[in-house]
Design a protein around this ligand. Structure first.
Ligand code: ADP
Ligand code: MG
Length: 263
């Protein structure tokens, strides 16, 4: 594809100074994620996934290399990128509606048009009956849906997620994965998510970037084209497909080679 649309990470290395010595967290990572696709950074704990995501967010500076989003260099945090963290980060004293509207308000935009945007995303995450509720009245999965709605209401060009469903029970986690895929497909949002869970990575990702440890290097890029032949939102068909089983085993071996049990 001849297009500058999407995310491009090129020759990224990152060193940290820690206790008088230099720790190399990432070594020469290059990857590209076309606009509208879901990419997942997968790898063992400590391989640098969060560090890479934070650099794409503009929260951390690379030691070497360049990151561009839709052709523009990433140097600072910006409204073109929205981040959802694992820990619930919305405001307990604001209702669901006001939490979702919050980002629009701080961006100086509280027009009628944006009232519509707020309602649109509250509906998109299935919280219309809870719009006036407060976070403490919601389950963990619902709170995470508020965070997703709030972030998407700003129409980021890139949605960044760091293990967003890691704190949820398995059933809720599956529901959230489907909900996320439905929303981002509909809105055509580009997503870069971090996971250390193989099933989650293959289920969410159009492309999975597998990083090795010490320092983090891009070991393999795995495309999940096989899913286009499977029914959408059908976890069983996905888990039972030969392609999934083959890739899951393959990545499990990559994880094991990294010296960690992937289980
Ligand atoms: P992951 O998210 O894959 O578990 P991280 O990106 O959190 O990995 O960390 C990658 C490596 O970089 C680890 O060895 C970690 O200790 C180190 N690291 C991360 N942030 C810092 C920091 N601010 N200062 C020093 N070392 C750091
Ligand atoms: Mg991390």
């Amino acid at each position: 594809m001849i297009s500058s649309k999407g995310l491009s990470v090129s020759g990224i290395s990152k060193n940290f100074q820690s206790g008088g010595r230099t720790v190399q967290a990432l070594d020469d990572i290059s990857l590209s994620l076309p606009a509208g696709k879901v990419g997942v950074l997968l790898g063992p704990s400590g391989c640098g996934k969060s560090t890479l995501l934070r650099m794409v967010a503009g929260l951390e500076k690379p030691s070497e290399g360049e990151i561009t989003l839709n052709g523009s260099a990433v140097e600072h945090p910006g409204r073109d990128r929205g981040m959802v963290f694992q820990d619930y980060t919305s405001f307990p004293w604001l209702s669901v509606r006001d939490n979702v509207a919050y980002g629009l308000k701080i961006n100086g935009d509280s027009s009628a048009l944006n009232e519509g945007t707020v309602d649109h995303f509250i509906r998109a995450v299935g919280l219309e009956s809870f719009a006036e509720a407060y976070p403490h009245q919601l389950s963990g999965g619902m709170r995470q849906r508020v965070a997703i709605a709030r972030t998407l209401a700003n129409y980021p060009q890139l949605l960044l997620m760091d293990e967003p469903f890691g704190a949820l029970d398995p059933e809720t986690r599956w529901q959230m994965q489907d909900l996320l895929l439905n929303v981002v497909r509909k809105e055509r949002t580009t997503v870069l998510a971090v996971s250390h869970d193989i099933e989650e990575a293959l289920y969410l990702g159009d492309v999975v970037f597998f990083l090795s440890r010490h320092p983090g290097r891009l070991k393999e890029t795995i495309y999940t084209d096989f899913k286009t032949n499977l029914p959408a939102n059908d976890r069983e068909a996905f888990l039972q497909s030969n392609d999934y089983r083959r890739l899951e085993l393959h990545i499990r071996r990559l994880m094991r080679d990294e010296g960690r049990d992937a289980a």
